[in-house]
Every structure is written in structure tokens, then in C-alpha cells.
Design a protein around this ligand. Structure first.
Ligand SMILES: C[S@@+](CC[C@H](N)C(=O)[O-])C[C@H]1O[C@@H](n2cnc3c(N)ncnc32)[C@H](O)[C@@H]1O
Length: 320
């Protein structure tokens, strides 16, 4: 009986993997390895991606190739990143709190720690944009809502760029754009610089610097034609102050891509949002007007899940 139910899960998956593997061999090999090594974690989500998201294949192939070319083992990094995040989420579901309230401790344990950042965090997070359904849909929102709003020329910025995928795709989509990136982690800086160079973005088009958003930026008001502030609000103690700083930095009419999470823990989440209204109120109080939004609930992708974890993606522009 058990054998039969296992077959009923694996047969369609096997057929889907076979169908995709000729054109997307790296993605198929990684999917097989995930199923072999951590099937209970990945089976349901891979099945969803293979059945419901045709863009999974080319996107997963591209990100898997990028991670391999940067020298890391994609399966190792993605499993470690995913399992670490699940453990943190279980802790949150048990306690009702993220359990990290000291930014400097997170800085030492995570952003300044090569074993974490170079070991699995940056590659794992990058790969999650293909191999986690909610992250793939977040990426879809980014492509569908931010890229068409970008100007053809000018200078933009991303704060907390991490792996650098958003910078890469923005600079690839609009050859007339230049970018500045700021991040507190030297490991993010070197990873993103390598990713952009490896993918053929000319060094004259981007400048990456170490900076701490808590201290503000030594940049004139209204410097940027577009702005990305993704997965950073939940990492800092004062997201409202940071949003006001974003508002100060952007030119009138500049599109701002913002993402954050609700009820969703990770090893470096500090600030807990429980409702969309809290996020929207902070964005609005900073002087930004929301013009597109998507809420991605993990439970919507997982049968029988009561996990309250959600990701929120917004496009906003400065008001007035
Ligand atoms: C979860 S990653 C987000 C990466 C990418 N933006 C994304 O959405 O996938 C968070 C990044 O923010 C950086 N970061 C955290 N606190 C920061 C701070 N106070 N100032 C600047 N960067 C910070 C970290 O080093 C890390 O690279």
C-alpha cells in the first residue's frame, strides 16, 4: 500500500523530470538530487513547480548554472538554506517570536560570517528564487511589475542586494541603466560582483559598496531613477526610518520595488510583521504610494499547511 502511494507521487514527477531534462540538464539533476537527499522537504514543491510553472525550467537552469560557475554545490547550499529556514520557522510557530532581537549579534553570526554567507546562504537564497514556489512567484512579480516600469536610462540603487540577482536582471533588461549597490556584508559584495561579472555586465555599469542602512547613506536627495529594497525591512530594527531614507533618495516618479515577509522566520529576521496593513502603513507614512502589490502565502502552495508565512511584494512611487 505504502509502495503504491509512493509510486503515485513519484511517477508523474519522474515523467516531468524526463520531459525537461534534455533542455535543462542542470535543473533536472539538481531536482533529482533534492528528491534523493531531502525528498520529504522538496517533493511537493517540485511537483507544483513542474506541473504549474513552465518558467521553472529555464529559470532554474540559469540559476543552477550560475551557482555552479561560481564554484558552489547547489544541492548542498539549497538543502542547508531550506532546512535552516524551516527550523527557524518552527521555532517561531512555537514561540510566536522571531527570537533575534540584537542586530549586532545577527551581523556577527550571519552577514559577517563566511561559513554562513559563502557556505550556503547566498547560493541557497539565490536558488530559492527558482526552487521555492512562493519565491518563483515573487520573482515573476519582479519581472512583470518592476522591469516594465524601469526608465531606459539613468542611475538606480539596491540596498541589501545579497546575491545580486535583481541588479543582474535590471542591468540586463535595460542596457542604458547604471546601478549602485549597498550591503553590510563583504561576502554579499564579493558574491554579487562575481555574479554580475560572470554574466557579462560591464564593470563601468555598477558600483557596489559596503554600507549600513541603519546609518543612512552619504548620497544626495533624489539621486535615483529606480530603487530596490528587497528582503531587508524584516532584517533591521527600524524599518520605518529606512523607508524614509529610501523616499529621500529617489527622484519624483521613480519606481521602488519592495519586498518583505509576514510571520516568516529565518536566521536573520528581526522585525515581525503580522499583517499587510502594518507594512502598507509604514510605506505610506514614509511618503511612498503603493501602485501594485502581491501577497504570496506559503500555505497556498502546500496541501494541508497551516503555516502563516507570507511574502509581500510592492511597487511604490514617491508621493507628491
Ligand atoms: C535576505 S538578503 C536579501 C537579498 C536580496 N535583496 C533578495 O531580496 O533576495 C539580506 C541582505 O541584506 C543585507 N543587510 C542586512 N542588514 C543590512 C543593513 N543594516 N544595511 C545594509 N545591508 C544589510 C545582508 O548582508 C544581506 O545581503
Amino acid at each position: 500500500m505504502q509502495h503504491q502511494s509512493q509510486l503515485s507521487v513519484s511517477e508523474p514527477l519522474e515523467a516531468a523530470l524526463k520531459a525537461g531534462e534534455r533542455e535543462h540538464p542542470r535543473a533536472a539533476a539538481l531536482a533529482r538530487e533534492l528528491l534523493g537527499r531531502a525528498g520529504s522537504v522538496f517533493r511537493q514543491q517540485l511537483r507544483f513547480l513542474l506541473e504549474q510553472r513552465p518558467e521553472f525550467w529555464p529559470h532554474a537552469e540559469r540559476l543552477t548554472r550560475a551557482v555552479q560557475q561560481l564554484g558552489n554545490d547547489p544541492a548542498e547550499c539549497l538543502i542547508e538554506y531550506t532546512v535552516t529556514t524551516i527550523k527557524e520557522q518552527l521555532r517561531f510557530l512555537h514561540s510566536g517570536s522571531y527570537g533575534h532581537d540584537d542586530f549586532d549579534a545577527v551581523l556577527a553570526q550571519v552577514y559577517a560570517n563566511p561559513e554562513v554567507m559563502k557556505g550556503f546562504y547566498l547560493d541557497g537564497l539565490l536558488l530559492s528564487y527558482a526552487y521555492w514556489p512562493s519565491q518563483l512567484d515573487l520573482y515573476r512579480f519582479f519581472r512583470g511589475e518592476l522591469l516594465p516600469r524601469l526608465p531606459a536610462h539613468g542611475l538606480g540603487a539596491e540596498v541589501g542586494f545579497g546575491h545580486g540577482l535583481y541588479l543582474l536582471d535590471i542591468l540586463s533588461a535595460q542596457p542604458g541603466l547604471r546601478a549602485q549597490g549597498f550591503d553590510i556584508s563583504e561576502h554579499s559584495l564579493s558574491y554579487a560582483a562575481r555574479l554580475l561579472a560572470q554574466q557579462g555586465i560591464g564593470a563601468e555599469r555598477f558600483q557596489l559598496s559596503l554600507a549600513d542602512v541603519r546609518a543612512g547613506f552619504p548620497v544626495h536627495d533624489h539621486s535615483y531613477d529606480w530603487f530596490v529594497f528587497a528582503e531587508i525591512l524584516e532584517h533591521i530594527p527600524d524599518p520605518e526610518g529606512a523607508l524614509r531614507e529610501v523616499r529621500r533618495l529617489v527622484k519624483p516618479g521613480a519606481p521602488v520595488f519592495l519586498t518583505t515577509v509576514m510571520n516568516s522566520n529565518a536566521m536573520d529576521h528581526l522585525y515581525l510583521y503580522t499583517e499587510l496593513s502594518q507594512i502598507e502603513a509604514q510605506v505610506s507614512a514614509a511618503g511612498l504610494e503603493i501602485e501594485a502589490r502581491q501577497v504570496l502565502r506559503v500555505a497556498d502552495y502546500t496541501r494541508d499547511s497551516r503555516d502563516p508565512s507570507s511574502t509581500v511584494a510592492l511597487i511604490a512611487r514617491p508621493r507628491g
